[in-house]
Ligand binder design. Structure first.
Ligand code: HEM
Ligand code: NAG
Ligand code: NAG
Ligand code: NAG
Length: 529
């Protein structure tokens, strides 16, 4: 151990061979020996900690860099047994849970493992002050300013935070309200995907048509449609470049979630965040009759925020959170589905045929498309598996034993979907390959506890059904309007295009995107039907 340290700092030692320095090195060596060799041996019930060199800092830097690499290192450290292990960050220890059985236990226990503590941190990161937070949890009591029995917005008089959750579930889960949101979404796509008006994604011309960037195509159309479905045209009226700002915000959103310090106001998240907050604040100040295109959920949530007397900044920050959640994954998953389909002409044919079946008399039957497309289903699920990088987290509230490991209060658990989706014991040796029909061959795989693209437990993504309709609808409209093919001769040295790689350079929040410079160029022609 000491030799290791001497090696590590060897050349400095030559010049600085002073006594305090040697003492320091010896102290660190003993600390490391104690923490990562002796203590684990004395306490086999504690999750093994992945060793680190700098107390306190721990793995913070590698976690905010390539978290996937760090977690794989941890799995190797526990001999790929998928036993729970710990990594240390500045704030707290994170228990990494990747065994399917452990994951199920964790998702089912909402008392020992709680989301609210986490929600509070998230709200603060997004812009809540102490007073707003207190009000947001306040349950109206008789005599209170907010005690309005029988009112239409919050008839059960629950806290604002609980109401907000209830409302977005009602909005997003299958039913009339979801159908309406989806209808507005698809109408927006129909407007955007117009041959004469594709400037937002054209990167060149081909002999007979246009050369499109798949990244630009997905990013713009999906964020535009989500914006319309939640806010109608109101945000556009306040800021014509709203979609741009949302995309820039999205590209750096992890900095908000992980409180990445903005030292000199130069962080790339600062401007888009400020602009979106400003636009949402202006939106909130519009009189009701000038907000008539907003979705039901936005209307309901903002109305009760007002009753509770939440300050403007905090109100806008909740809207930003919802707006972000609705946007962040859709264009990335569409990108991956289309990238795989375009790179494989057989898949392209299969998917075109399937989407074509859902058009009846020139109208798209989205329910038919989503329930009768086994091939597209399989491709969608596999794309979610290969690219899903969400890390669900909870705070440990009371001691709980999972597997045979004792988790201690104050620490957090992380359930990283990438490690679940790449578990060799579940997915086999070809786990890193995109296998288009994996989920078609084995129908029950999509319910496997190691398949969690939408998280689980009480924060299980309420948008999951809508998400599929939006992506399938996007493909159906795209293929109906255009002939698309992988552009030829535009790859390296005028050859075939390479398949894009996942961008794993920052912590993943959901469906990971491609490396910025890895695009898919599509040669496109208008289709007459
Ligand atoms: C492929 C697309 C999507 C993926 C992969 C996805 C993934 C997730 C995941 C993993 C969570 C859990 C986060 C956690 O527990 O920390 C989540 C939560 C959430 N998602 Fe999605 N999502 C998608 C689409 C959508 C859409 C389209 C909407 C809304 C229009 C949406 C709205 C939400 C909301 C509001 C939550 C928070 C739920 C809560 O905290 O109770 N999602 N999503
Ligand atoms: C959650 O864990 C705690 C602590 O181990 C236990 O007492 C409780 O019964 C568990 N709850 C559920 C629903 O499993
Ligand atoms: C799925 O079905 C297979 C047989 O086709 C079975 O062996 C396996 O246990 C099932 N898995 C789940 C998670 O239900
Ligand atoms: C989607 O991809 C973009 C760009 O590649 C990335 O910055 C963003 O974080 C991804 N979204 C999620 C939810 O991870």
């Amino acid at each position: 151990m000491i030799i290791e340290i001497l090696n590590l700092i060897g050349f400095g030692l030559l010049g600085l061979a002073s006594l305090p320095f040697v003492f320091f090195a010896v102290a660190v060596a003993f600390w490391r020996l104690w923490s990562f060799t002796i203590k684990p041996w004395l306490h086999p019930e504690d999750p093994v900690d992945l060793p680190y060199w700098i107390p306190y800092l721990g793995h913070s830097l590698s976690f905010f860099g390539n978290s996937d690499k760090l977690l794989e290192k941890g799995l190797n450290y526990v001999g790929r047994s998928h036993a729970i292990f710990g990594i240390q960050t500045l704030k707290r220890k994170l228990y990494i849970i990747t065994d399917p059985a452990d994951v199920s236990v964790a998702f089912n226990n909402n008392t020992a493992l709680h989301f609210d503590g986490h929600l509070n941190e998230l709200l603060i990161n997004f812009g809540f002050s102490g007073e707003a937070l207190r009000r947001a949890w306040h349950v109206p009591q008789p005599g209170d300013w907010c005690y309005l029995p029988g009112n239409a917005v919050n008839p059960d008089l629950i806290s604002l935070n609980r109401l907000t959750e209830d409302v977005y579930r009602k909005q997003l889960l299958p039913g009339e309200k979801m159908d309406f949101l989806c209808k507005v979404f698809l109408e927006s796509l129909t407007n955007t995907l117009n041959w004469e008006n594709l400037d937002f994604c054209i990167v060149g011309n081909t002999e007979k048509g246009k050369l499109l960037s798949l990244q630009k195509l997905c990013r713009y159309t999906m964020v535009e449609a989500t914006t319309q479905s939640l806010f109608g045209g109101h945000l556009h009226q306040l800021e014509p470049k709203i979609v741009d700002y949302m995309l820039r915000y999205n590209d750096n959103a992890w900095m908000v979630f992980f409180q990445y310090p903005d030292l000199f106001g130069t962080s790339p998240i600062t401007e888009p965040r400020r602009m979106l907050t400003k636009v949402l604040e202006e939106f909130l100040q519009l009189p009701d009759e000038e907000r008539n295109e907003q979705a039901w959920s936005i209307k309901t949530i903002t109305a009760w925020q007002e009753v509770m007397g939440i300050d403007l900044r905090a109100r806008a920050s909740v809207l930003l959170m919802i707006y972000w959640a609705a946007n962040s994954n859709e264009y990335n998953i569409s990108f991956w589905v289309l990238a795989h389909v375009l790179h494989n002409p057989d898949l392209l044919q299969v998917v075109q045929d399937e989407t074509e079946m859902a058009w009846v008399d020139g109208k798209l039957d989205i329910k038919y498309l989503c329930s009768r497309s086994p091939n597209l289903d399989a491709i969608f699920n596999e794309a979610l598996r290969c690219n899903g990088g969400a890390m669900v987290s909870r705070i440990v509230m009371e001691p709980i034993t999972i597997g045979d490991k004792l988790l201690k209060p104050g620490n957090a658990i992380i359930i990283p979907s990438r490690q679940l989706h790449m578990n060799e014991k579940v997915w086999g040796q070809n786990r890193r390959e995109f296998d288009a029909f994996r989920f078609k061959r084995q129908k029950n795989l999509s319910r496997h506890p190691s398949y969690r693209p939408f998280g689980g437990g009480n924060t299980y993504c309420p948008g999951r059904v809508l998400a599929k309709e939006e992506v399938f609808g996007f493909l159906a409209i795209l293929f109906r309007r255009f002939h698309l093919n992988l552009a030829e001769g535009v790859g390296p040295n005028g050859g075939r295009q390479n398949f894009p790689s996942l961008d794993d350079s920052s912590p993943a929040l959901g469906i990971t995107g491609p490396v910025k410079s890895h695009d898919v160029l599509i040669s496109t022609m208008a289709r007459t039907t």
